[in-house]
Design a protein around this ligand. Structure first.
Ligand SMILES: C[S@@+](CC[C@H](N)C(=O)[O-])C[C@H]1O[C@@H](n2cnc3c(N)ncnc32)[C@H](O)[C@@H]1O
Length: 351
């Protein structure tokens, strides 16, 4: 049977002494082997459980004991402390000095994949840091990273079933289910670039985190691997082009590429990029004044944003769903009729 996670959401197990962040004292000893988190989902903030357990070949990992629907919040956690991208061992040590003894002990129990490459504190920080800000395709890199004592146990997958997103209003990283997840499944996030071949992904994960990924995408062999590599390469090219507004001004080609990318994303089980390509479809339809198709693309983009990034991201789409002519680039290309995601053309592509 599981135990309750410390209500402060900071600790991977309950404590014998009062935690500085929770209003109620923690009750259980530090050495408790099975670790459980109270988690927040869309419906309620109680009764949901995820736990930290040994996962063969990966050290510890996070397993769910409950069912999550796609878009559900599986965990929301505040950082123990944050650091800027110009951090050093001295700045990590200074932040640690402000933590309680229990928090310090929890920090030192986290994995360190860097061995002697860095001093211990910096090594632990770099192994477990998560962005507290957004990294985007325009080269912006989160200026702050944080340590999350529970979430540090998320392992990596190149087909992640959870997406992490910093929420500045909550001051928390929020983790959302990217697909329906059943009890007993491991929850995983993507540590590195997903739109890359297996060799490229392996190289990045080895360089940054010193491990060979044991996810199902990296276990593919033969033709299945060749197809996966090809799809991810194509997706990388399309994603770079469309997100840098270099998709061109040929709306037929642009919409075809968006549809093809969405088909590849589905085959690779990478829903986290869907909203970007639904946006692309919306962009072209609105630009050629095919407003009814644009509204459908906007609706799909809204739902994909809700799943990966939450309700606030979805709300931003409401105006464009209601009236695509509100889009700043609506009507900027010659009029024509394109295709909505539920059109026959879409079905020809196997959707
Ligand atoms: C941030 S820690 C994640 C939690 C860690 N497993 C633990 O025991 O605390 C990152 C380390 O977990 C392991 N890891 C994460 N994802 C993995 C994967 N897909 N395959 C193998 N090892 C993985 C690697 O050792 C990596 O350096």
């Amino acid at each position: 049977m599981g135990i309750d996670f410390c209500p402060c959401m900071m600790h991977e197990t309950l404590q014998t002494t009062r935690c500085s962040r929770s209003l109620v004292p923690c009750r259980l000893p530090l050495s408790k082997a099975r670790l459980v988190a109270m988690v927040v989902n869309n419906a309620s903030s109680s009764g949901s459980k995820i736990l930290i357990r040994d996962v063969p070949g990966k050290g510890k990992g996070i397993i769910t004991r409950q069912y999550f629907s796609k878009g559900d919040i599986v965990l929301a956690e505040r950082p123990l402390f944050t650091q800027s991208i110009t951090r050093s061992n001295a700045t990590v040590l200074a932040a640690l000095a402000l933590c309680t003894p229990y928090e310090q002990e929890s920090f030192y129990r986290l994995h360190n994949c860097h061995g002697s490459r860095y001093p211990a504190e910096l090594g632990i920080f770099e192994t477990n840091v998560l962005p507290c800000g957004s990294n985007d395709t325009h080269g912006h890199i989160a200026q702050q990273g944080g340590i999350f004592l529970f979430a540090a146990r998320f392992n990596s997958s190149c087909v992640p079933n959870v997406n992490n997103r910093w929420d500045p209003d909550r001051g928390q990283v929020v983790f959302r289910a990217l697909r329906d997840i059943s009890p007993g499944e491991e929850l995983s996030i993507g540590y590195g670039k997903l739109l890359a071949t297996r060799d490229e992904r392996r190289e990045e994960l080895k360089r940054k985190f010193n491990f060979k990924c044991r996810c199902e995408a990296c276990a593919l062999e033969g033709q299945a691997l060749a197809f996966s590599d090809e799809r991810r390469q194509v997706l990388h090219e399309l994603y770079s082009a469309h997100m840098q507004e270099a998709a061109g001004d040929d709306p037929m080609q642009g919409i075809g590429e968006a549809m093809f990318a969405l088909k590849c994303l589905r085959e690779e089980q990478l829903p986290v990029y869907e909203s970007s390509f639904y946006f692309s479809g919306f962009h072209f339809c609105a630009a050629v004044s095919d407003l009814s198709s644009a509204a459908v693309w906007a609706k799909y983009a809204q739902e994909a944003s809700r799943v990966a990034f939450g309700i606030q991201a979805a709300v931003r789409w409401s105006q464009l769903v209601a009236d695509p002519s509100n889009y700043s680039e609506a009507g900027t290309l010659s009029r024509m009729t394109l295709a909505a995601p539920d059109s026959p053309l879409w079905k020809d592509l196997g959707f």
